[in-house]
Design a protein around this ligand. Structure first.
Ligand code: SAH
Ligand code: SF4
Ligand code: F3S
Length: 472
């Protein structure tokens, strides 16, 4: 089966709606001597950040101008996340606050999209408790934003358009990138892994890969536009290519991207340990543009817990895998995700997680308290852990993890690295990233943002390095 794409007729149809809204917005501008303003809030992971760039691109085509001040906006859209309960609570909290703004400004249009909208229980709550939401759509029909917004404007009705599943991929949507020198590129959508705690497969649908020629075309255009670093996005990039007609793997895709002239760095996330092939490790070792960093979530160290999580590897095979990676790619940095407090995870089980941390010596980790997600198998498992016990485990893990991260960080001191300068903070310091994804702060001029410089690392904190630019 080849990758299914949304037809160009459908995309053109959306462009027509977009032009109709633009002419309404142009009228508004003539009458009010200002453009209509949009405010976009993004919750969740890089998938959502990338989707928000597309939303911004579509709204820009419709004639909206961006504002960072929610109170000034004529159109507000929240791109939501539901991976943990606190992500959802943030959205509900903000929605409560919008109720008052809407009272003062009834012409304001409030829209919701993203992962929460694919969750029936959340949609019920929104429909019942947050009646001031004007427009809502899910993760499968983002490309229909122009039509849905037009319907809302013309009819004045509340518009909810949520699809259960959709296999087609929308290519060629307009987008406005957050950074000029780095960009994220989706290589696949959805997830088929069904880890028992995770809601992503239910809200993002089945795994589907983009054709390599579409990915290469997009990256070529980005490079022409000044992009030096790309991050390839997928919930599990290691299974890229499954289901496509072409004979391709993630390692092969990396080789093709490495050949793109003008591109300097390639990053990717996330890798699932169960699918990480020797072919990929060899490609990472060999390809000069592929950054020496891998994000390899292990989630938990105890084999019974891993089994209940449906992760399909063991503590021992995970450790072995990281040892192989380190052998083949010296100086690689390995980062991870850890969940603490999965059902049945007591002190003994947490000590297995700590053991993995000690053996692998991660350069960084995101640690999460387990959050029960309705509809996932883990939600109905016995032995749910109390919040108090979860927090105890969490602190124990951090007590071991942070000194290790500090130690890994300090290994950079006294060495010189090539750094991509990213942003200048209020203190005048530039922040940038090493090839291994470490963050570094150093004095420098704003014009360096987007450029590569050599930086001598002079000191470190747990989560960042401090350095000085080497002048040639
Ligand atoms: N596809 C990626 C991760 C996507 S979600 C992967 O498999 O690595 C990002 C992280 O959120 C996960 O790695 C996991 O650590 C965490 N997570 C997912 N569901 C969670 C839940 N119910 N409670 C707490 N953390 C969760
Ligand atoms: Fe969730 Fe597992 Fe898929 Fe990652 S691989 S998105 S944790 S189901
Ligand atoms: Fe990402 Fe959250 Fe959705 S982590 S895929 S935005 S549920």
């Amino acid at each position: 089966m080849s990758a299914l794409k949304i037809s160009s007729e459908q995309i053109n149809r959306q462009r027509d709606f977009s032009y109709k809204i633009k002419s309404i917005n142009d009228d508004f501008e003539r009458k009010n001597a200002r453009k209509k303003k949009m405010f976009i809030a993004t919750f969740g992971c890089q998938m959502n950040s990338r989707d928000s760039e597309k939303i911004e691109g579509m709204l820009f085509e419709m004639g909206f101008e961006k504002t960072d001040n929610e109170k000034d906006a004529d159109f507000i859209i929240y791109n939501t996340c539901c991976v943990r309960e606190n992500a959802e609570n943030k959205v509900y909290g903000n929605l409560g606050y919008l109720k008052n703004i809407k009272k003062e400004k009834p012409e304001l249009i409030i829209a919701l999209c993203g992962c929460m909208l694919q969750e029936e229980s959340a949609v019920d709550i929104i429909k019942k408790k947050y009646k001031h939401v004007d427009l809502a759509f899910g993760t499968f029909n983002l490309y229909k934003l122009p039509e849905l917004l037009y319907t809302r404007i013309e009819s004045g009705r509340t518009v909810f358009d949520i699809w259960k599943e959709h296999k087609e991929i929308a290519e060629n949507l307009p987008s406005i990138r957050k950074y000029s020198y780095k960009a994220s590129v989706n290589i696949m959508y959805g997830c088929d892994n069904f880890c028992s705690y995770c809601i992503v497969p239910y809200v993002r649908g089945r795994e589907r890969s983009r054709q390599s020629k579409d990915i290469i075309k997009e990256i070529n255009e980005l490079v022409k536009d000044g992009v030096k670093e790309v991050t390839l996005l997928g919930q599990n990039v290691n299974s890229y290519g499954k289901g496509l007609d072409e004979n391709i793997s993630f390692a092969k895709l990396l080789r093709m991207i490495n050949d793109i002239d003008g591109l300097k760095r390639i990053r990717f996330m996330t890798s699932h340990p169960k699918d990480l092939s020797d072919e990929l490790i060899d490609a990472m070792a060999e390809l000069d543009k592929v950054c020496k960093h891998i994000h390899l979530p292990f989630q938990a160290g105890n084999n019974d817990i891993l089994k209940k999580m449906n992760r399909r590897y063991t503590k021992e095979s995970y450790i072995e895998l990281t040892e192989k990676i380190k052998r083949k790619i010296p100086n690689i940095s390995i980062t991870t995700d850890i969940i603490i407090g999965f059902p049945g995870e007591g002190e003994k089980e947490v000590s297995d997680t700590i053991d993995v941390i000690k053996k692998v010596e991660f350069s960084g980790a995101f640690t999460f308290l387990y959050s029960k997600r309705t509809g996932t198998p883990a939600a109905s498992m016995e032995n749910q852990i109390s919040e108090e016990d979860m927090k105890k485990g969490f602190n124990k893990v951090l007590d071991v993890l942070n000194p290790i991260i500090y130690k890994k960080s300090s290994e950079h001191i006294g060495k010189v690295y090539e750094v991509l300068c990213e942003e200048q903070g209020d203190d005048g310091f530039i922040s940038g990233r090493l090839d291994d994804n470490s963050l570094v702060h150093f004095k420098g001029e704003k014009k360096l943002c987007g450029e590569f410089v050599n930086v001598n690392i002079t000191d470190c904190k747990t989560f960042y390095l401090i350095g000085e630019i080497i002048k040639d």
